[in-house]
Design a protein around this ligand. Structure first.
Ligand code: PGA
Length: 257
């Protein structure tokens, strides 16, 4: 029996306000000592709560990530928060290119590339999200869509030695729908994704996560069967009991490989 490290990232999106985020972080802090050392857990709260959540979890092994950030360091950019401002308040990860950012806020591949580059320069570890839409899947062009997103995001980034990258395969049709991707289909895309990323960044350690309607009942399939290194979880990560169940199931699946 081998034990592999498993990455469990909780994207709280805009589901929780500041007080609710603090309460959930406090509850997590109380249980964090029981998490397996093989599980690297990170939470991505609303920007409003980043500092408080980082302080609450500072003595635990739970890391903090931002859901979004802008690439310019400082200046007249009303409403934005720069990637460079994140480390000062204890934030070590940032989501880049989440499908809700791409589709609801019209982020382009060029924006994604600039955010990724800024994250790397600021010493913040990016979690790059890619995935095909339902229409692309129906047309049989999922692979091309994912490859185009990866090439656009990673093609020109100068990567410092030793820096890690996380890529989350998040089929757009599975995000927030309750319609999770089947294990076999997800595995097929994971293999492809890994090949493309390794080709683009041969010397970078890449962890590949699955995201899209992950629940306690299906998480083991992605980790134990489809070979993902972890999961990026939205709605289910905002309820303490469900999230703890996902952590337990995923840790088990990673232990029994
Ligand atoms: P979901 O979201 O788990 O609610 O589908 C996943 C994500 O957007 O990262």
């Amino acid at each position: 029996m081998t034990e592999k490290k498993v990455y469990l990232f909780a994207n709280w999106k805009m589901y929780l306000d500041c007080d609710e985020s603090v309460a959930l972080a406090q509850a997590l802090a109380r249980t964090a000592a029981s998490f397996s050392v093989t599980a690297q857990i990170a939470v991505f709260p609303t920007t409003l709560a980043l500092r408080s959540v980082a302080e609450i979890l500072s003595t635990s092994h739970v890391a903090i990530g931002a859901q979004n950030a802008y690439w310019v360091e400082k200046g007249g950019y009303t409403g934005e928060t720069s990637v460079a401002m994140l480390p000062q308040i204890g934030v070590s990860y940032v989501l880049v290119g989440h499908s809700e950012r791409r589709h609801l806020f019209h982020e382009t591949n060029k924006d994604v590339q600039q955010k990724l580059e800024a994250a790397v320069a600021a010493g913040v570890t990016p979690v790059l999200c890619v995935g095909e839409t339902q229409a692309e899947r129906d047309l049989g062009t999922a692979t091309e869509a994912i490859e185009a997103q990866l090439r656009a995001a990673l093609g020109n980034v100068r990567w410092p030695l030793g820096k890690e990258l996380y890529v989350a395969y998040e089929p757009v049709w599975a995000v927030g729908t309750g319609n999770a991707c089947g294990v076999a289909e997800a595995e097929q895309e994971r293999v492809l994704l890994k090949k493309i990323v390794n080709g683009l960044l041969p010397n970078v350690t890449v962890h590949i996560l699955y995201g899209g309607s992950v629940r306690p009942e299906n998480v083991a399939g992605y980790i134990g069967v489809a070979g993902f290194d972890g999961v990026l979880v939205g709605q289910a990560s905002t309820q303490l009991k469900v999230w703890l169940d996902i952590i337990a199931q995923a840790t088990d699946a990673a232990t029994n490989i």
